[in-house]
Design a protein around this ligand. Structure first.
Ligand code: THU
Length: 160
C-alpha cells in the first residue's frame, strides 16, 4: 500500500494591507456587488469579482430560482460572464464575499465543488493560476490556485 498525502496551503490575513492596489479594488467591488445578488430563497447573498490580466474587473452574484437547481452560484456567474466578455483574456484572481443574517460571516465562504471544477477548467483554459481570495468579516483567506482547492481534479488530460 502506498499512502499519498496532498497538502493545501491557505494564507490568512487580518487586513487588506497585504494586497496589491488592484486586489484591494477587487475586494471592495466584490463587497459592493453583494447588493445585486438575487437570493430570495436562501437569503445568503454571494458576490464574486473576477480580475482579468487586462485589469478588467467583472462582478457576478448568486442568482436563485423557485426551481432551486436552476439557479447559479456567484462564482460561476462571474467567471462565465468574464469569459463571455473577454474570451481570450486570462483570469488572474477571484474575490468572494457573503452577506447573510444581516452581517458578513466571520468565516470566509469557500466555493462549492461545482464552482471549483469551473475554476479549474478556467485555469486549464488560460494556463494561468487563479488567486482565490475569500473575504470574511475580519479575516481574508488566500489560496494560490483553484487546482489546490480541488485535489485529484478531473481535467482535459483524462479525455486524451
Ligand atoms: N452559493 C454561491 O453563490 N457560491 C457558493 O460557492 C456556495 C453557494 C449560493 C448558491 C445559493 O444561491 C446560496 O448560495 C445558498 O446555497
Amino acid at each position: 500500500m502506498k499512502k499519498i498525502e496532498i497538502k493545501t496551503t491557505v494564507l490568512e490575513y487580518n487586513s487588506v494591507d497585504n494586497f496589491s492596489e488592484e486586489e484591494k479594488i477587487l475586494i471592495q467591488k466584490s463587497k459592493e456587488a453583494l447588493k445585486n445578488a438575487y437570493a430570495p430563497y436562501s437569503n445568503f447573498r454571494v458576490s464574486a469579482s473576477v480580475l482579468l490580466e487586462n485589469g478588467e474587473i467583472i462582478c457576478g452574484t448568486n442568482q436563485e430560482n423557485a426551481a432551486y437547481p436552476s439557479g447559479l452560484c456567484a462564482e460561476r456567474v462571474a467567471i462565465f460572464y468574464a469569459n463571455s466578455l473577454f474570451p481570450t483574456v486570462p483570469v488572474k484572481a477571484l474575490a468572494v464575499s457573503v452577506f447573510a443574517k444581516n452581517d458578513f460571516p466571520e468565516s470566509p465562504t469557500p466555493p462549492c465543488g461545482a464552482c471549483r471544477q469551473v475554476l479549474v477548467e478556467t485555469e486549464t483554459r488560460f494556463k494561468n493560476p487563479i488567486k482565490i481570495i475569500l473575504i470574511g468579516k475580519n479575516i481574508i483567506r488566500v489560496i494560490e490556485s483553484a487546482k489546490s482547492l480541488l485535489p485529484l481534479h478531473f481535467d482535459d488530460k483524462f479525455l486524451d
